[in-house]
Design a protein around this ligand. Structure first.
Ligand SMILES: Nc1ncnc2c1ncn2[C@@H]1O[C@H](COP(=O)(O)OP(=O)(O)OP(=O)(O)O)[C@@H](O)[C@H]1O
Ligand SMILES: [Mg+2]
Length: 521
């Protein structure tokens, strides 16, 4: 994960935990022999934790299952891969292989493509659907680009031709073991880092969120009014609760009023209260939100929906710290802090005459703008981990992780609904899955297809990339039949072959780069 390499600033102290420079971390990580990617996905912050986990060794050997009808090949595999941190199981029979797989749950499987009775592709599908975290390498004497694409689409992590290049196989297995170890350590680190990287229940470790935490710490003890803005699902209510807890009024009431949920005519009575008989149905005196929250905090959610008449009265409350109940001229003193939130542009509304400008400035003595999830993707992994633990516990399922291809998909999505959307996606996936790992089919179509209705520019790709994606999509839909794909796409079969060869070339380059990176660390 190269993106950390150019970051060299200190992060100072986070909740009393010493933090270090990225460059310092990379040096330690490399000298300790732990791949940098281990840290790249979740490290920052708790140095002691990271150092301790890095120095721990996983004593259990990784299980590798090899299935091939040629006993000579199995002998060769056992000989060349033999090592202390690998437990090798072999069988010449695919069905026995599936049985062994179910009983021993190997991390890595080497699988022959052509076998009597049951094909390698079928075995691959069964294994990946039983445990998407399994790394299956298909090995074949009849290498073809089509079957390579099919294998990768069905979830294989690699596809190697026979005779096998022994050095290449060794390197590949070693990098898979390193990846598995990375994930194990990341899992432990994440649990501890969620603790280190949450502030008053708000999770984040991106520079944008660390900046927000610093502001909350500064503003919390002193604010009278704060306007919290940000797109839907960015955590505005969470921030409001945090500000109240950080204020000197934390032991007094925190009262929420959703301005969009109250009928216009009842708004003033709801906010400021009313006296008996002041309107039809007012059978007794009633406290409004402000009097009820006296000494504490009022949170006016969706403030952009407040009718203009109520805006004038609210301004009076803020200016004079007193309310007048509907039907009574008597002012009643109140001492409240006022937090308000909106996903609308209040300043623009003010310039269009839809919101009082003077009220805007009163409410926004401090303005906190919450970043979109798409602008702080560094937080995705921690948030995913947090929601995974939450929903796994809620549904009583032993879910431990997210498959790599699902992870890639989540990373690519634009998250127009921000953290709430992510929470819903992980919640639904945890409810649907029968496995211990969330995989692609557990994700909603909008996330899998990578459509971004919310705008942004990440969906603006070149024609070439669009063609590539569309070709793979079509092939996936029709089970890899190239002649049919050529018909559907209105091009010759040769064009399809050429495009697939290009994609394969890119994939190999990509895999070689990944293997080089793993080897280098
Ligand atoms: N940084 C975060 N860490 C953990 N959970 C978060 C974070 N941000 C948001 N959430 C969770 O996401 C959900 C939506 O958050 P919240 O209701 O505060 O968003 P909002 O900005 O008020 O959304 P809306 O504008 O739609 O009212 C909640 O379940 C909240 O707990
Ligand atoms: Mg809200």
């Amino acid at each position: 994960m190269v993106h950390y390499q150019d970051k060299t600033r200190y992060f100072g102290y986070i909740r009393g935990v010493r933090t270090v420079r990225y460059s310092e971390v990379s040096r330690v990580a490399c000298s300790d022999g732990v791949p940098l990617s281990c840290l790249a996905c979740s490290f920052i912050g708790n140095v002691e934790t990271a150092f301790r986990l890095m120095s721990e060794k996983n004593s259990t050997p990784t299980k590798l299952l090899a299935i091939d009808d040629d006993p000579g090949f199995l002998g060769l595999i056992s000989a060349v891969l033999s090592s202390d941190n690998l437990q090798i199981l072999t069988t010449t029979d695919a069905e026995t292989g599936l049985d062994l797989f179910a009983r021993t749950r190997p991390r890595i499987v080497l699988l022959d493509l052509v076998m009597p009775r049951i094909s390698g592709m079928e075995v691959l599908e069964k294994m990946v659907s039983a445990d998407p975290a399994t790394e299956v390498i298909l090995i074949t004497g009849n290498y073809s680009t089509e079957s390579a694409v099919e294998a990768i689409q069905k979830g294989a992590c690699d596809y190697l031709p026979k005779p096998v290049d022994v050095e290449k196989l060794r390197a590949r297995v070693a990098s898979l073991i390193a990846d598995a170890e990375t994930r194990r350590r990341t899992f432990q680190l994440d649990a501890e880092l969620i603790e280190a990287y949450q502030f008053e229940g708000i999770i984040g470790r991106s520079p944008l969120m660390l900046e927000l935490f610093a502001k909350l710490r500064r503003v919390g003890p002193h604010f009278r009014t704060v306007l919290i803005t940000g797109e839907t699902g960015t955590g505005k209510e969470l921030v409001a609760q945090a500000l109240h807890r950080l204020s000197p009024a934390k032991s007094n009431p925190f009262v929420v009023c959703n301005c969009s949920a109250i009928v216009g005519t009842l708004m003033e009575s709801e906010l400021f209260g009313h006296t008996k008989g002041s309107f039809t149905g007012a059978n007794q005196d009633k406290l409004g939100v402000f009097e009820y929250a006296n000494g504490g905090t009022v949170f006016l959610d969706e403030i952009g929906e407040l009718p203009l008449e109520a805006q004038a009265k609210l301004l009076r409350v803020l200016q004079h710290q007193e309310v007048q109940r509907v039907g009574s001229p008597a002012p009643r003193p109140v001492n409240v802090r006022v937090l308000s939130a909106t996903n609308r542009d209040l300043k623009r509304m003010a310039s269009e005459g839809k919101f009082r400008e003077d009220l805007y400035y009163r409410l926004a003595m401090v303005e906190l703008k919450l970043p979109r999830l798409a602008d702080r993707k560094e937080d995705l992994l921690l948030l995913q981990r947090q929601f995974l633990s939450k929903f796994a516990a809620q549904y009583g399922k032993p879910i431990t992780g997210i498959a790599r291809r699902a992870q890639i998909c989540l990373g690519r999505h634009h998250w127009p609904g921000n953290v709430r959307e992510l929470e819903n996606v992980i919640g639904n996936a945890c409810m649907m899955t029968n496995s211990s790992v969330i995989d692609l089919p557990d994700l909603p179509e909008s996330v899998r297809s990578g459509t971004h209705p919310g705008g942004g520019e990440t969906d603006l790709v070149s024609f070439e990339e669009l063609q590539r994606r569309h070709l793979l999509h079509v092939l996936e839909r029709i089970g890899g039949n190239k002649a049919r794909a050529a018909e559907i796409l209105g091009v010759s079969r040769t064009t399809i072959y050429e495009m697939l060869a290009r994609i394969e070339g890119e994939q190999q380059l990509h895999m070689a780069a990944a293997a080089r990176r793993a080897g280098a660390s």
